[in-house]
Design a protein around this ligand. Structure first.
Ligand SMILES: Nc1ncnc2c1ncn2[C@@H]1O[C@H](COP(=O)(O)OP(=O)(O)OP(=O)(O)O)[C@@H](O)[C@H]1O
Ligand SMILES: [Mg+2]
Length: 252
């Protein structure tokens, strides 16, 4: 079943009097339970694509369908709802530093009013162990967490909404290698036991290849190559994809 379908999505920005086409007629889909990687050099339009899909920004052209329902268009920019959640590069940004970790995680679902406060608290506490946060952290302030811990809290904050699609925009890039590997393990667990579909955005092609089912390579706002993850890494068709792979190979 197709969960997300993106058609000819285009976004332009005005920058210093010039128009930059950050996302240029991209089209792709994500199946239920699938993990799609989006890779490409800095500035190629990955975050803009993610922000358009999660309705943080409005497109200039194109359509976005979630479970067959068109989610863009209309006069106001409406959030998609709890079924589509996003995790960002800097987890501290998704929390109010004055909130406790428990409040921060619960905050994710408060506006949807599906659960009572008591139910939400129970769900949040269950999520502490699922994402690997010590239960005694519940009363700490979110500002007191380390980067890795905060990102685990951000995962819990997304999960409390029971999303069908999770967009991770460079969610592991700011972490050191060891903590990054632990977070990837957590995302793998989500993929395996919750069969959650994901869009995994990174500039690290080998990481995407190890984690994703398919990979889309972006360059200057366009998707230049999309296919099975290992195939894209082993036999890339485009020069730009080859360069991305070269960039992370060990220096000899
Ligand atoms: N709000 C904005 N106003 C003007 N230009 C923008 C804005 N957001 C993005 N851009 C431009 O659009 C292009 C794509 O940016 P985007 O942040 O989507 O790239 P990215 O692939 O996520 O890069 P990175 O890997 O560095 O996160 C860039 O040229 C960027 O400067
Ligand atoms: Mg980005």
């Amino acid at each position: 079943m197709t969960l997300l379908k993106v058609e000819n999505l285009t976004k332009r920005f005005k920058k210093n009097g010039e128009t930059v086409t950050a996302v240029n007629e991209i089209s792709f889909s994500v199946e239920a339970g699938e993990c799609l990687g989006i890779v490409g050099e800095s500035g190629c339009g990955k975050s803009t694509a993610a922000n358009l899909i999660s309705r943080l920004q409005r497109e200039d052209e194109g359509n976005i369908f979630f479970e067959g329902r068109k989610i863009n268009g209309g006069f106001r920019l409406k959030p998609v709802g709890r079924e589509l959640q996003m995790i960002f590069q800097n987890p501290q940004d998704s929390f109010d530093p004055r909130d406790t970790v428990l409040q921060g995680i619960m905050q994710g679902a408060l506006s949807y009013k599906v659960y009572s406060n008591r139910e939400l608290k129970e769900k949040a506490l269950d999520l502490f162990s699922y994402v690997g946060l010590k239960p005694e952290y519940q009363n700490k302030k979110t500002s007191e967490l380390s980067g890795g811990e905060c990102q685990r809290a951000a995962v819990a904050r997304a999960l409390i909404c029971e999303p069908k699609l999770l967009i991770c925009d460079e969610a592991t890039s700011a972490l050191d290698v060891l903590v990054q590997a632990q977070l990837i393990d957590l995302l793998k667990k989500l993929k395996n036991d919750k069969k959650m579909a994901m869009i995994f955005i990174t500039h690290d092609l080998p990481l995407a290849a190890a984690f994703c089912d398919r990979i889309a390579v972006m360059h200057k706002g366009r998707i230049i190559e999309i296919g099975e993850a290992r195939k894209v890494l082993k036999s890339p068709e485009q020069e730009e994809t080859k360069k991305l792979i070269q960039a992370v190979l060990p220096v000899r």
